[in-house]
Design a protein around this ligand. Sequence first.
Ligand code: NAG
Ligand code: NAG
Length: 748
Amino acid sequence: MTAFEEMGILPEIAKAVDEMEWTLPTDIQAEAVPLILGGGDVLMAAETGSGKTGAFCLPVLQIVWETMYDTSSKKASANKAANSFMLCAKDMGSEAQVSNDGLKIESKNPRAWQGVRTNKGVKRTDDGNNKFYYEAYFSDAGLARVGWSFDFATLDLGTDRNGWGFGGTGKKSNSKNFENYGVAFGDRGDVIGNLLDLDAGTISWYKNGEDLGVAYRLTPQQCSQTFFPTVCTKNAMISVNFQQQDNAKYKVPPRFNWVSHFLNTNKVVSNRKIEESGVSNENKHTGAPKAIILEPSRELAEQTFQCLQKFKKYLHGDVKILLVVGGVNIKDQLEDLRSGVDIIVATPGRLIDFVDKGNVNVNNCHFYIIDEIDGLLQQGNRDLIVRLHSMIPRMFDDGKRLQMIVCSATLHNFDVKKLAEKIMYFPTWVDLKGEDSVPETVHHIVLRVDPREDFFWKSLKRQIVTDGVHAKDHLNYSQPNAETLSEAVKKMKGEFVVKAIDSLKIDQAIIFCRTKLDCDNLENYLNTVGGGEYQYLCAIDGARNPKNNYSCVCLHSDRRPQERTANLEYFKARKCKFLICTDVAARGIDVKGVPFVIQVTLPDEKANYVHRIGRVGRAERMGLAISLVSCIPEKVWYHSNCNSRGKNCFNTRLTTEGGCCIWYNELQLLADIEESLNCTIQTIGPDFKIEVNEFDGKVVYGQKKKAGTGINYASHVEQLSDVVSKLSKLEEEAQLNFLNLRYMKKSS
Ligand SMILES: *[C@@H]1O[C@H](CO)[C@@H](O)[C@H](O)[C@H]1NC(C)=O
Ligand SMILES: *[C@@H]1O[C@H](CO)[C@@H](O)[C@H](O)[C@H]1NC(C)=O
């Protein structure tokens, strides 16, 4: 298996890559390829020569190929989209975004309302069972109107006679008649129930379970029509819940007798508008690319085109790639377009020409890739980029959303950032620049953990449950062998985490552990020490002991996705003090500017050291990163050969003997890190007294030098759920990658 296959690249493509003598992914490829394969928008800082062309061409070619030839996955997702009741990106205001599952809408526009209707509506039948109810709720405070409309009504709910809305300011509206009704809503956590009773002919709303009374009485003529759940928002995010799956229980179940109608085919009617617009391009090759790659120059476009041609060499079935650049005979290009195209690599002028004349149809374009966007912007292509984006659908019939990849030499450019924010969907930033330099706002220190000098591990009253690699070893405290010392280090580290928290009065930190098991053990230990309700509690259960000085949540891929999302939200909302996570779990999440990071174990990749400690400090706020470094080899789990990837694996033999453990040499890792950073990392003693001379002796970590206002996170939690769900996959890959990369580096 090649290193590219380890990242999830198809063997056929990997083979072609191998022939090009690319043996190892570049840094940018290693970061970006899995993210793009995972389906997310990616914004990467990368220059020519960094391997960025491969970073986007490989996964894009692969996904385009898969959608064309891997019919099994196509059917599955089409079925899902056909059956589910969801907010429909095709029947939505132009500046809003809906989530992949079709259950959330967000608009960042503070001036104009952005509305969305569902893909299907409901209709009365004669069975006398016609109460339709859905919930809308708010993860951020913001303006919203929720209710029902016909599919020909304006999306600006309640401003014509065909829509009935209830607004956050406590007003109901129909035909632009805004009248007082119920109470105001829109606070974080508010749940609005929308009841359409087509037996009684009424529309009413509920707030957090409380019945606000009948708002509208409908005419019999109105009652015979198809109603669509409709929500609209201004600068806010709204989630909806149709209780169409068993796992989507109502947050506040309605008190009246209620049966889910959203899957009752007698009552569910498809949205005419959507059906009409959805049929135009199915399976028609002609001029309807699945991916568009914009390049600032003809030369770059040609290079990218050549790259794709080489990558597809061994793929079964053709993927048609077309170069659309100026200076080439238009007739020939049109000829090529007519014979079908899957990926277009283009310079903007010629492409938009074709699009405007109808020679290129963007209705099926799943990927919009903008290479060297800084160059394109300098040429004055901003409006063109935005215009093209506005023509491409955000969501497709197969339930997939438009995926964007944007490359720029730097991401720290105002115009690039602003444009990315406007057109991308919560992009993950891949910025490897300056990776080897520690930001000025980060103070990082090392605490050496030496069980041969410090003996408190022999007499601990309470102690952390360790990872069990020494469970079968003969340990003797009075005459410690290597195994005993290794076990001692694990116990000492657990203790030092607590000590660090106490001595430095840490009330907010990210704590990095090497494995998922280490994360779990530390979580339990902190809860034990804190005297909390500790057994396997997670944020979802909402039952934390607020007095727990060590309140923490845990983020790694063995936790259920909802739990991970909730835990992250919990930490960001500062409802608990500590976020315990693995490197991979941390990779995709946007938590920065925390005052402290604790590394229970150094990362096995040097680059991760800077990633981790880069989480602390920002602007003028100092952050402190503390690394616990063992002075003796520590035996740890390493499930690289393991079929179960570590689940229920108790094979404590070394990997060299077919087992699942290695001896971890942290002093060596520390030396590597210091060498690559060209510095000696300051060491502190177990008293955690830190020399702060460098910082005027007045540093308070996490606070501004002048009258700080504390840390304020943007509430990005909801939008992270997608990223978090990708982590499981990444994490598995990372474990596998590591051995493979190590091996290849050594042998090359
Ligand atoms: C541990 O080592 C000491 C010193 O060598 C020895 O006296 C003792 O018997 C050992 N204990 C066990 C349980 O092996
Ligand atoms: C490392 O740092 C020293 C002084 O701090 C400096 O003289 C030297 O040039 C640096 N080496 C590299 C490779 O940057």
